[in-house]
Design a binder for this molecule. Structure first.
Ligand SMILES: [Cu+2]
Length: 120
């Protein structure tokens, strides 16, 4: 009996794949994306230490002298990040020490979370 169910589910899967192909990517893509997003949000990005060196509100960028960023496999350095939400820049100023989370979003290194650990 198990074999029959196995064969049946393979047939059903194949049929839905064919239907998806016939209808274009739209049918097949959303569940895959949803799964990727769910995995990403459930995996917490570790916080890294940094110091604000420069803030560019118009460009939505911030220069941070940062410590090791484990999730990006990056050694300590000073570099420019994009900021996910420009409103986050309002709570920062040059010289502040921060804990922040950075992630690679569409190939751009982006600060996704910030908390000030030591106000200058
Ligand atoms: Cu860096």
């Amino acid at each position: 009996m198990k074999n029959i169910y196995g064969v049946l589910s393979v047939v059903i899967l194949s049929a839905s794949s064919v239907a998806a192909l016939a209808g274009g990517d739209a049918v097949n893509t959303p569940p895959i994306e949803a799964k990727a997003v769910a995995e990403k949000t459930s995996t917490s990005v570790p916080m890294s230490e940094g110091e604000i060196k420069k803030i560019d509100k118009e460009a939505g960028k911030v220069t941070i002298k940062h410590g090791e960023i484990k999730n990006l496999d990056m050694p300590p350095m000073t570099m420019v990040f994009r900021i996910k939400d420009a409103a986050l820049l309002d709570m920062l100023k040059v010289g502040d020490k921060i804990n922040f989370a950075a992630d690679n979003i569409n190939g751009k290194l982006t600060v996704t979370q910030v908390e000030v650990s030591e106000v200058k």
